[in-house]
Ligand binder design. Structure first.
Ligand code: SF4
Ligand code: SF4
Length: 377
């Protein structure tokens, strides 16, 4: 296993982190349970092979993940780092922070959490829940009492909000010590902010290092770039993530022993990407996109659309479908977009405002019509 300095936390973290959101489960009397024997076996195997970072959350696996993890690590708890999270949805008043933490400690069967995250932060939840309820102060108190060892956040918003969270917390006297965000070969939007977080001394963890499905184009590209045989998708995805010098750990939500073994092999591999190879592959991926018939840079100049069609998001999903060949994955993304009330070409009022503002001079409406038809089928 490869280990990295985890920001300035003083910890060394394994390059592979165990995401505890996909433990094997079974159903009994309409209720979901984690298969504890299988989970124990997977976790023990990961630990014996050097994985030392285990990331769970109160609502993973139908709220059973923390307890299952606690059970699985009870014989080596002090040799690993446990990360869990505080949901802003559970906070109505400052004291709720402590109540959530105590619930997690009890489920995990431990007296401290190593990395306690403000979960899934965005600008709204940071301002309206975290700051309003003085949760930075609550976290600092819990740290002083030894209930948590490091203050962290996980993140889902536009990249610049990462800087806002890091800087605002610091200005209020509480430093964020590590960050968990989305980052992978296909979605590199947080790359600049990962560099910023790293520079500010935060440990950095990526979730979702594998885009899912088959990435034919990039794996062939790897072979062309390096002169080595083409490699499996998941291997390329890991190598790319871990090749980023500003990233300390790639989390994988592992659901069976085979996956654990494969991921351990990849992250123990001493032929990891050099920074140069990482840069080359990133640049080559951009090239592939440029030569596709629809090259949207995601600049968002076309926004806002008067009927709130999220044009860059739809075109991004289309890139997954058309350029990377991840058809099922893209259709699922589109379903998710629609389930969250996302608007499509069917809502377009044909005002043409978006096209006037697009620096790529894209025939947005024409593309939207075609893309929405295929993705919404
Ligand atoms: S043409 Fe359609 S997609 Fe473009 S801004 Fe107008 S309503 Fe939105
Ligand atoms: S303005 Fe053009 S390039 Fe920019 S996000 Fe909109 S469609 Fe894409």
């Amino acid at each position: 296993m490869n280990y990295r300095e985890f920001g300035k936390t003083g910890e060394k973290i394994s390059a592979l982190g165990f995401g505890c959101m996909r433990f094997p489960e079974y159903k009994q009397d309409e209720k979901n349970f984690v298969d504890q024997d299988k989970t124990d076996e997977m976790i023990a195997h990961a630990f014996e092979n050097g994985v030392n970072y285990f990331d769970t959350a109160p609502y993973y696996c139908n709220s059973n993940s923390e307890a299952a993890l606690g059970h699985a690590v009870k014989n080596f708890r002090d040799k690993i780092l446990i990360s869990t999270k505080c949901s802003m949805g559970d906070i109505k008043e400052p004291g709720d922070y402590r109540r959530c933490l105590e619930r997690s400690l009890s489920r995990l069967g431990t007296d401290h959490v190593d990395f306690y995250h403000f979960w899934s932060m965005n600008k709204g939840s940071y301002d309206d829940v975290l700051l309003k309820n003085n949760l930075l102060e609550e976290a600092a108190k819990a740290k002083e009492e030894g209930l948590i060892r490091h203050i962290s956040f996980s993140f889902h918003d536009s990249p610049e909000v990462i800087k806002y969270i890091i800087d605002t917390s610091e200005a209020r006297g509480v430093k964020m010590e590590s960050m968990l965000c989305q980052y992978n070969l296909l979605d590199r939007s947080n790359e600049e902010m990962l560099a910023y977080a790293h520079e500010k001394g935060l440990g950095t963890v990526a979730m979702g290092p594998v885009g899912g499905g088959r990435l034919a184009a990039p794996t062939d590209l790897y072979a062309k770039l390096t002169g080595k045989p083409s490699i499996a998708t998941y291997e390329l995805a890991f190598k790319f993530c871990l090749g980023n010098p500003n990233l300390n750990c790639a989390l994988s939500g592992m659901q069976n022993l085979d996956m654990v073994q494969k991921n351990i092999k990849v992250s123990s591999d001493d032929t990891a990407f050099s920074t140069e190879e990482w840069e080359q592959l990133g640049a080559a991926m951009e090239e592939i996109k440029k030569f596709s018939e629809l090259y949207c840079t995601g600049c968002k100049y076309c926004q806002p659309c008067p009927v709130e069609i999220n044009i860059p998001r739809i075109f991004e999903i289309w890139t997954y479908y058309n350029v990377y060949g991840l058809k099922d994955h893209a259709k699922n993304m589109m379903k998710d977009y629609l389930n969250h009330g996302g608007k499509t070409f069917a809502d377009c009022k044909q005002c043409g405002v978006c096209e006037k503002k697009c620096p790529q001079h894209l025939a947005i409406r024409e593309h939207l019509e075609k893309v929405c038809k295929i993705l919404c089928e």
